[in-house]
Write a protein that binds this ligand. Sequence first.
Ligand SMILES: [Zn+2]
Length: 279
Amino acid sequence: MIIDIHTHTFPDAIAYKTIASMEEDIVRGQGIHVKCARIPTVKGLEDSTKKADIDLSVVCPVATNIRQPEKINRLSVELNEKREETRLFNFGAIHPDCENYKQIIDEIVAMDLKAIKIHPDYQNTFFDDEKYIRLMDYAAEKDLGIIVHAGEDVGLPETVHCTPERILNLWKHIQPEKLILAHMGGWKMWDEVEEKLLGLPFYLDTAVVLNPIFPFKLENEQFVRMVRKHGADRILFGTDSPWYDQTKAVNDFNNTDLTQEEKDKIFGKNANDLFDFFG
Ligand SMILES: [Zn+2]
């Protein structure tokens, strides 16, 4: 079973425009040209998921202002109704500036969206800010998962809002049970992640970290060492599609030196244990 815990889709009307501007941000941020690896719409992800033989792609929607969550979450429910056919599941969205965060979280729970995605860089808020602490505390109380972008963002490298230090600081206040730090705990900050974070009881996803298109990928040796140091039970397979071709991501992960048992856990078992996607 393969579950891709970290993917993105963009609304049909603005998908190409959004991707073009993100690609420009990557050139500005990293000095490299990275092309998005599939058609960026919902249909594009559905086709890519089936081609890669992935059982479920989980979409992590990011709200960039306080007006978006309600709309995004309603759409997530609609899309989740077609899950059997599309193999896509959408998490919920929330913004740290939402003063009605409790109400939004209650709705997300009622809509069975299973988790919320937060992105400190796109939401312009540090991860250990009181606004995140209060909403994550409430989400955890309601047994929701929380997936957070961690480390540098390819397009917004100037200020990193979710560093290992800030994660540690947040951890002093709250310890959500279902917290997933994307990109193996911090994109481009893996040495610091290794030194400070590994072994603490949160989950890490593998989104984009093995993608050889980026000059800053995790090498096999460090990747395997990090997985074992942290524990293969707490690592989830993710791609960050469309920023990594899903078929290639499955192959690249299969080509690491992890054992088959470790790969099976990471590919799907851990995510299913956490969120019960397939019962
Ligand atoms: Zn992402």
